[in-house]
Design a protein around this ligand. Structure first.
Ligand SMILES: Cc1cc2nc3c(=O)[nH]c(=O)nc-3n(C[C@H](O)[C@H](O)[C@H](O)COP(=O)(O)OP(=O)(O)OC[C@H]3O[C@@H](n4cnc5c(N)ncnc54)[C@H](O)[C@@H]3O)c2cc1C
Length: 393
């Protein structure tokens, strides 16, 4: 069997790319190695639910409050107006996306990507079939590398693909307690505290009868398990049964190039695309899959490899500014407990809440009232220059 596009990786980015291509009538393969649940907090914004038609049945919790907690234990509850953050279990979510892609016509393959070979007949993806253990060579015109953080396709094919910076995120899936003074099944807690993470944050995300409790860091030598134990203790979750313990890298910076100028384009974590500050990657992975599919179609139609560049171009057109703002926020406020304290103070401001939540929920940087922008700007400067106390709101 020969393909128009061979998609390596069946996470949110690869499954979305394969589905879009299959719906467009292309011969598409979707290869996933299977057998492992992607470690993930599973929070998805309404924009993702809408744009990628995520069915309500996959949403295991609907979160309407985000609680930001400072190093000194001060907290601010941000109420989510007109909507909710959906929580998905990746075990079922990813499988649903792969089944949907296959239903649209993608050829679903289970096995491990090994390498790409090129000869007079064209480009081949060489992969090991899980059922038989045999090496298989599949002829294809194009390849989408959607094999996640530390992508082998990116490492082998795209300049810089092996040097993307990462934080390591670790979480424990626990049996959720009944609602109590510390735990609310409709609330996400985000913990900014250097004892939990010296450079990122910790979280408690509800998932129906389970919850994800974890943290991320790019600092070597941090004991992730100890930090998570401390987080569980401070959140009153020590006694809950632990179902799984797992970790994975989160890339921190989109690659400058997503294609190899020939026949490969990357999508999702493989391209380094996760939002700074939040570590949000599911929506961006699905969008990455979609723009990679668009670029692949353009390239198949024109025969011009440079059309693969369209993927990054389309993505950055809508998201470059948000990524820049989030990066500056992380650089400014995640570096010390004093700054984290100030960050939580800023979150008390209703206009800051509105702006950040609109950016997260709907992926739009809204033009708020000019005076609100001015006020936020002044507060920012006052905190960053140290003109006010860290707790000043
Ligand atoms: C602990 C943690 C918590 C997170 N929490 C959130 C959150 O709450 N919300 C959010 O939006 N994002 C979160 N993220 C980020 C999010 O999980 C990723 O950005 C997202 O999964 C990226 O999707 P992807 O399809 O690009 O890659 P992945 O989801 O990693 O999918 C890659 C796929 O490729 C397959 N694969 C890999 N190598 C091979 C190979 N050699 N052969 C065949 N198949 C292969 C894998 O099996 C996998 O299915 C979190 C990440 C971590 C680590």
């Amino acid at each position: 069997m020969s393909y128009d596009v061979f998609v390596v990786g069946g996470g949110p980015s690869g499954a979305t790319a394969a589905e879009d291509l299959a719906r467009a009538g292309k011969r598409v393969a979707l290869l996933d190695r299977a057998g492992r649940i992607k470690p993930c907090g599973g929070a998805v914004p309404p924009r993702a639910i809408k744009d990628f038609a995520i069915p309500d049945a996959l949403i295991v919790a609907k979160v309407d409050v985000a609680r930001m907690i400072s190093p000194t234990g001060r907290s601010v509850d941000i109420h989510i107006e007109n909507g909710y953050v959906g929580m998905v279990d990746r075990e079922h979510f990813d499988e649903f996306l792969r089944v949907r892609a296959a239903g649209a016509g993608a050829d679903r393959l289970t096995g491990t990507y090994l390498r790409i070979e090129r000869d007079a007949a064209g480009t081949h993806v060489v992969w090991r079939d899980k059922a038989s253990g045999n090496e298989v060579r599949s002829l294809t015109r194009l390849i989408i590398g959607a094999d996640g953080a530390r992508s082998v396709v990116a490492r082998d094919e795209v300049p810089g693909g092996d040097t993307i910076p990462y934080v390591i995120a670790y979480h424990e899936i626990i049996k959720a307690p009944a609602a109590n003074k510390d735990y609310d099944p409709n609330r996400c807690d985000v913990i900014y505290d250097g004892r939990i993470s010296p450079d990122f944050y910790g979280w408690v995300f509800p998932h129906g009868d389970q919850a994800s409790v974890g943290m991320g860091t790019g600092v070597d030598g941090v004991d992730l398990k100890q930090a998570t134990a401390a987080l569980r203790a401070s959140s009153g979750l020590t006694g809950c049964e632990t179902i799984r313990k797992e970790g994975a890298p989160i890339p921190l910076k989109p690659l400058d190039r997503w294609d190899n100028g020939r026949d490969v384009v990357l999508a999702g974590d493989a391209a380094g695309v996760v939002a700074p500050s939040s570590g949000e990657g599911i929506y961006y992975a699905m969008l990455g899959g979609r723009v990679a599919a668009t670029a692949a179609q353009a390239c198949l139609a024109s025969g011009k490899a440079r059309d693969l560049k369209l993927a990054r171009k389309l993505f950055m057109k809508d998201n470059k500014t948000v990524f820049k703002v989030l990066r500056s926020m992380q650089d400014a406020y995640y570096k010390s407990d004093e700054r984290r304290e100030r960050f939580v103070s800023l979150c008390h401001d209703v206009d800051v809440q509105k702006l950040t939540f609109e950016a997260y929920m709907n992926k739009k940087l809204v033009a708020a009232r000019p005076l609100a922008h001015l006020k936020i700007g002044v507060k920012n400067v006052a905190h960053l220059m140290g003109w006010v106390k860290p707790s000043w709101v």
